[in-house]
Design a protein around this ligand. Structure first.
Ligand SMILES: C[S@@+](CC[C@H](N)C(=O)[O-])C[C@H]1O[C@@H](n2cnc3c(N)ncnc32)[C@H](O)[C@@H]1O
Length: 195
């Protein structure tokens, strides 16, 4: 099912996490025993399904704003027999509010909004929780932004670079950077876990 899902997503041009990034993410979940997961950016639920398949005790809340993708995600989750482990929400991330606290928050949506998502969901991260950000090198474009011809793309890449610098210098967090894995992954934890 997962291979079929992946092939279909790639064929339809739906962006999904790269194999290497996914393997890294799944390993992080296993190593840290994460059970409650929030995913920002469902697409067709490829990564949500992979995370849920790791352990029956894992529960994933996942947010998607596009109705067509959300509907496809709901179908895929049901076909995988994971409806009790994955709760998909049709919503803009910006409108989602919950009191729940998560072991892991996987951020894989609008790259220009990563700084905003971090602040929005920090209170939903357990004190020893982990935030994982995908696409931190954005197809390698962060290394040479000034040569990007499209203005919109250049601005987006500049925002990613700014986010990278901001979290790196933010004393609230410890950041592990894995620029060579998948499309670049940042792992953020709280420096002072008492707060
Ligand atoms: C890279 S895809 C997610 C891929 C998925 N995590 C996977 O690996 O299988 C990003 C998704 O985030 C959704 N998205 C982008 N901005 C969003 C927003 N503000 N609110 C909700 N969903 C958003 C997009 O529609 C897209 O489907």
């Amino acid at each position: 099912m997962s291979d079929v899902l992946k092939e279909r997503a790639l064929k339809e041009g739906v962006p999904i996490i790269k194999d290497e990034g996914l393997a890294f993410l799944l390993n992080m979940i296993k190593e840290n025993g994460c059970k409650e997961i929030l995913e920002l950016g469902t697409a067709v639920a490829y990564s949500a399904i992979q995370m849920a398949l790791l352990d029956k005790k894992i529960h994933v809340d996942t947010l998607e704003k596009r109705e067509d993708l959300y509907q496809e995600a709901v179908r895929n989750i049901a076909e995988s027999g994971l409806s009790d482990q994955i709760s998909p929400f049709l919503t803009a991330i910006e409108d989602f509010k919950t009191d729940k606290e998560y072991d892991l928050i996987f951020v894989d949506a609008a790259k220009a909004q990563y700084g905003r998502y971090l602040e929005m969901f920090l209170d939903n991260l357990k004190s020893d929780g982990i935030m994982v950000f995908d696409n931190m090198v954005f197809h390698g474009l962060i290394y040479d932004p000034e040569n990007i011809r499209s203005r919109n793309l250049r601005n987006l890449v500049r925002k990613i670079i700014k986010f990278r610098e901001k979290v790196h210098n933010d004393e609230r967090f410890d950041i592990m950077k894995f620029d060579n894995i998948g499309d670049g992954i940042f792992v953020l934890t709280r420096r002072n876990r008492e707060t």
